[in-house]
Unconditional design. Structure first.
Length: 538
């Protein structure tokens, strides 16, 4: 097994302090760009993004600064770059002194609206020159897109591609050296951005890591609203409380866990579970926190079933069993998709829901954000590699949407005799929630330093502590695949005790390329990856 050092030594390394200044960075950007700052920081120094340039940072409490520690010495810069129709986007760059010769772009979350400083500093630790964009607006809802097609296009695909193009120019100009390999890492909206890049700009990256992609924008955003509407109003006899959903979840885990062949509180194959709701049904028409009535069971069934509209039209998959859904509630941010991105206006409320919104959403396809060009053969022919993952317990984006995406890409490539496993591997992660984390009752291994995962652990964490190799670390797995042609036959997520590296490892087990599943060998510690193997379902 190759170490992180050996893997990242494959590309040429530049170890020198360059001219980190506004003037130096500006010379590599379009003439009408504005470089706000470019400062050199020592390793371990603190960097505070100026709030006036980063209002959209969701981690900034009102009136407070967010402080990041530099993992390596290097240059940190932020600039505004013009986009079509008199629009612009803000771009953050990190350029380490000990550059490994590689370039990494990172994605955004939800409706974006901020530079991903934590993400690019996380990748800087490996020695990457990294870039992030705020996608052309600040904040994290859809209001920016009202009567503004240019802003929607920036968000949908244009800003990230521009950040990649200009980020590469700055990197090569700054180091006076060509980039050896280019990579991408993102999850959620960032996962969607990764697929959008693969589809529209296959030459941008050699390797793309895309987690839990919000790829079906036109349907998923409506589904996010509809799942809450199914549980409204709170006075309805079909409304399910958080406590009742918790009782349902407990019963699902109780029934489904043994069905995968090992009783360990982790659902290895929730799609294979047959669930009987009778044990969680109330004995009378009155309900309490530990059971549900027939009317409430209808709501529960809707959440865990595909969304089907008129003429048996499939719209979006439901949650997988084992997902801690909670009591769905209406998010104002999700409502703004309908109000502003579908151009209906602020007067729209959930009481105005109409199934015709699906057709309207498909027609408008705000920002051309939906990544549904399933023929990704140009990326294959270019030699690109795609690593796609999704947690089985995702309460934000139904896991089935990734399965749908994978299946449709496979169907598009089959007539061309393209061997999908040669360049595209899809991993389902038992017990992982949205991009990161795990339900407390499953406590499953999830950590591979995917996008945003480091924030789920205590303290400042880089890489996969104790396991910086291509089996445990997503970034190193992709580097090994692209540069050494070692495709990942399995990966090993880690669960640290109390999500604290200092407390040691709680459990590890492999995840396998879909449609394979990890199976326990029958002997040895179930929390040790060596006692598991990948196997087909049948």
């Amino acid at each position: 097994m190759k170490s992180a050092t050996l893997l990242l030594a494959a590309a040429s390394v530049v170890a020198a302090k360059k001219n980190c200044s506004v003037e130096s960075i500006a010379q590599f950007l379009p003439k009408n760009s504005t470089v706000f700052y470019a400062d050199h920081y020592a390793k371990g120094a603190n960097f505070t993004p100026p709030i006036d340039l980063n209002y959209g940072l969701t981690s900034i409490p009102s009136g407070a600064d967010t402080v990041y520690e530099l993992p390596l010495a290097g240059c940190v810069a932020q600039a505004n770059i013009s986009l079509p129709n008199n629009t612009q986007h803000s771009v953050g760059l990190v350029l380490p002194d000990d550059w490994n010769g590689r370039f990494m772009a990172v994605g955004n979350g939800e409706f974006s609206g901020s530079v991903g400083w934590s993400a690019i500093l996380n990748t800087m630790w490996y020695g990457f020159a990294s870039v992030s964009t705020d996608t052309g607006h600040e904040g994290n809802n859809g209001s920016f897109g009202y009567h503004n097609e240019a802003a929607l296009a920036n968000w949908g695909y244009r800003a990230l591609h521009d950040a990649v193009v200009n980020g590469k120019k700055v990197t090569e100009g700054y180091y006076e050296q060509d980039i050896s390999y280019s990579y991408y890492r993102g999850c959620s909206a960032g996962g969607k951005q990764g697929f959008k890049e693969v589809e529209m700009f296959p030459e941008d990256f050699d390797g793309v890591i895309a987690g839990a992609p919000a790829w079906w924008t036109t349907h998923q955003q409506l589904w996010n609203v509809l799942t809450a509407i199914w549980n409204l109003p709170e006075t309805a006899d079909y409304h399910v409380s958080s406590a009742q959903m918790s009782a349902v979840q407990d019963e699902i885990l109780k029934q489904c866990d043994p069905q995968d062949g090992l009783k360990d509180n982790i659902l290895q194959n929730p799609l294979g579970c047959v669930f009987d709701p009778v044990p969680v049904m109330c004995n009378s028409t009155s309900s309490n926190d530990t059971c549900v009535t027939p009317a409430q069971l209808v709501t529960v069934n809707k959440l865990f079933s595909p969304w089907i509209e008129a003429n048996d039209t499939f719209v979006f998959p439901g949650y997988t069993l084992g997902t801690e859904v909670g009591a769905p509630s209406l998010s104002d941010d999700f409502v703004t998709y309908i109000q502003y991105m579908l151009q209906i206006g602020s007067d729209w409320t959930w009481e105005d829901w109409n199934p015709d919104l699906v057709a309207l959403s498909d027609k408008i396809n705000p920002g051309n954000a939906t990544a549904n060009d399933f023929d990704i053969s140009p990326f294959y022919k270019k030699g690109g590699k795609l690593l796609h993952y999704h947690g089985y317990s995702d309460p934000s984006i139904a896991t089935g949407s990734s399965i749908y995406l994978y299946n449709h890409i496979q169907e598009a490539l089959r007539p061309q005799d393209i061997p999908i496993d040669d360049f595209y591997r899809f991993f389902l992660i038992p017990g992982m929630e949205h991009c990161t984390g795990t339900p407390s009752d499953q406590d499953a291994p999830f950590y591979m330093n995917g996008d945003s995962q480091a924030g789920s652990l205590s303290g400042t964490v880089y890489g996969v502590p104790g396991f910086n190799d291509s089996k445990h670390d997503l970034i190193l797995a992709m580097v090994d695949w692209v540069e050494n042609d070692n495709a990942p036959s399995y990966l090993i997520p880690t669960k640290y005790k109390n999500d604290d590296v200092a407390d040691g490892v709680d459990k590890q087990r492999p995840i396998c390329p879909h449609p394979q599943l990890a199976k326990y060998n029958g002997t040895g510690d179930v929390n040790s990856a060596e006692n598991w193997h990948c196997s087909t379902l049948y």
